[in-house]
Design a binder for this molecule. Structure first.
Ligand code: DWN
Length: 417
């Protein structure tokens, strides 16, 4: 059973206003096997709201976490070389700046397949991973990374503290937006974090989402869409302080948050708060035209694909990404337009995309079939993917980047910002 929230996920205010409704949508990471195609496919309302009290953008619907992050959860971080590089640099920076060593403890919340923690283990820094998805957690455990396959909350934090385990660093990349019990999760960080410890947390940045019309990054896994303004209030509610922040390009634009027990806001943090105040991020008007812009981008994208099909062209897609599921279902891109999707993640092969049931194949299929165009559903890795697919491009293949403006990109040298 799912439920709609009539109260803000952070401050529990009822001052919520609708920003955009997608209507009924399938679950973005629920890829289908051949057998599942014949069965009814669960759809849930996907409605974006804005809290006028604490400025948090969020979705109204809460799909049970055990449904979203089940044993078949297909997302494995290690299939993205760019993400592996990004994570390794982050880990090395922290080992250096925090002088981490064999007497330290690094805890990662939503540790997936050990893609990040392995960098600490390789340098002798003790770690603990926590992730509820059985598949990725088992990969991490098999790689010798101490991992608890469970959800993180204040109860688990207390249990770990009672066992004498507290963290010098708590990491959590692309998890804060996913937790239904947001306050319990943040409270747990406060409990588990050493007095002089630091939480280093990465979240997609709502300003990049709104400014670049990244509507496809909205799906049921992502319950919240964070601004610095909203995050500051969330952490302070639990006697934690967002002291510094770093803007990142990963995943279409993210924030790396530095959270500590004592307040010590950096110049960067203060200036980003000022920028958000200038832009009106704390006011509904900032989000008011988003729905109309999304409709326009969707119409332009579908129009481009239809025009290419009318011209006798063949079209495939790259990246069986969760965001890809939102895009093809919201813009109604089915097998009338796109023949198949390719992806490097072997756990996704021989399955079908949610809703539109586009078949998912290994990337080699691109050279075998040599479609005229490839819709880049994983546009956040465009540069890396287009370099990887140079042979397809050499043979005349072209990519279509869907957001913020649907456009054909023929060469890897073109700027994709
Ligand atoms: O929050 C989340 C984000 C961070 O990652 C999770 N809820 C789920 C996931 O969302 P996503 O699936 O939209 O993320 P990605 O990482 O943008 O998906 C990229 C897809 O493309 C993956 O299936 C892997 C694939 N890929 C590929 O086939 N070749 C990725 C790269 C870089 C490649 O070279």
């Amino acid at each position: 059973m799912s439920g709609s929230t009539l109260a803000c996920r952070s401050c529990e205010s009822s001052a919520l206003r609708e920003v955009l409704s997608f209507g009924e949508m399938p679950l973005a990471d629920r890829l289908l096997t051949q057998e599942m195609l014949a069965q009814p496919e669960p759809h849930y309302p996907l409605t974006v709201m804005f809290c006028e009290h604490c400025s948090l953008m969020q979705i109204a619907e809460t799909v049970p976490p055990e449904v979203l992050f089940c044993e078949d959860y297909p997302y494995y971080s290690s299939f993205s070389p760019a993400l592996l590089k990004h994570s390794r640099e982050n880990a090395l920076e922290l080992i250096e700046s925090r002088s981490l060593n064999e007497s330290s403890l690094v805890v990662e919340l939503a540790s997936n397949d050990g893609y990040l923690l392995k960098n600490f283990v390789e340098r002798g820094v003790p770690v603990l991973g926590i992730d509820p998805a059985e598949g990725p957690a088992k990969v991490a455990q098999d790689a010798g990374i101490d991992t608890l396959c469970t959800f993180f909350d204040s109860r688990l934090a207390r249990r770990l503290r009672e066992e004498g385990r507290s963290a010098d660093v708590i990491m959590g990349n692309n998890v804060l937006a996913h937790v239904a019990n947001l306050n319990g999760f943040v409270e747990g960080i406060g409990i588990l974090l050493e007095d002089d410890g630091v939480g280093v947390i990465e979240v997609p940045y709502v300003v990049d989402l709104i400014d670049h019309c990244e509507f496809d990054t909205i799906y049921h896994e992502h319950l919240c869409y964070f601004s610095v303004t909203a995050l500051t209030k969330l952490f302070e509610r639990h006697n934690l302080h967002l002291n510094d922040v770093k803007r990142l390009s990963i995943h279409g634009g993210s924030l790396r948050l530095f959270v500590e027990h004592r307040a010590n806001p950096s110049v960067t943090l203060r200036s980003l708060l000022d920028e958000e105040a200038q832009a009106g991020v704390a006011e509904y008007r900032y989000y008011q035209d988003f729905a109309e812009r999304v409709g326009r981008v969707g119409d332009e994208l579908r129009g481009l694909l239809e025009e290419l099909k009318r011209g006798g062209n063949s079209i495939a897609a790259y990246g069986a990404a969760a965001k890809g599921a939102t895009l093809i279902n919201h813009v109604d891109i089915g097998r009338d337009l796109v023949d198949f999707v390719v992806d490097r993640n072997v756990h996704k092969h021989d399955k079908y995309m949610p809703g539109k049931h586009l078949p998912i194949h290994p990337c080699e299929r691109l050279l075998e079939a040599q479609p005229d165009y490839v819709l880049l559903l994983a546009w956040n890795f465009a540069g890396e993917i287009m370099q990887q697919q140079a042979a397809y491009i050499e043979k005349g293949g072209q990519f279509i980047v869907p957001v913020p403006i649907p456009r054909i990109v023929a060469r890897t040298t073109e700027t994709l910002a």
